[in-house]
Design a protein around this ligand. Sequence first.
Ligand code: TYD
Length: 135
Amino acid sequence: MTKIEDVSIIEIPRVHDERGLLAVIEDTTIPFKIERVYYLYDVPSDAFRGGHAHKKLWQLIIPLSGSFDVHIKDGQNEQTINLNKPHKGLLIVSGIWREIDNFSSGCVCLVLASSVYNESDYIRDYNAFLAFKKS
Ligand code: TYD
């Protein structure tokens, strides 16, 4: 079963010159095949997102602009990570509970996902998540 130690920051390679920075994600940058991309924007600063885990899905969460906090739990341990650099993404493997809050004004949160949207992959109840981790 996955643990919060399996969650990691992935540094996205950048090309820097006097015109600015260019960050590149290729198939070798992340350990899954991207099947879906979505993004959150116009998020109220007091919004609470996530509040679920995935049975199989892996995600890379990137603060394209601004910052927010990601709280992760594996049923035993928990950690909060503030994402605030557009070249540092958080790789969340399957079986990890996540909650996202403390969105900065104008924040854009990009998510790369390992599969298309599938509601049956979600665990949205925390007690069901704890039971899933024990099973
Ligand atoms: P949800 O997963 O609850 O968002 P978050 O984790 O950011 O809080 O999704 C919100 C709604 O959007 C829910 O009705 C499902 C729908 N949705 C899609 O239709 N496709 C998607 O790819 C995603 C991520 C969500």
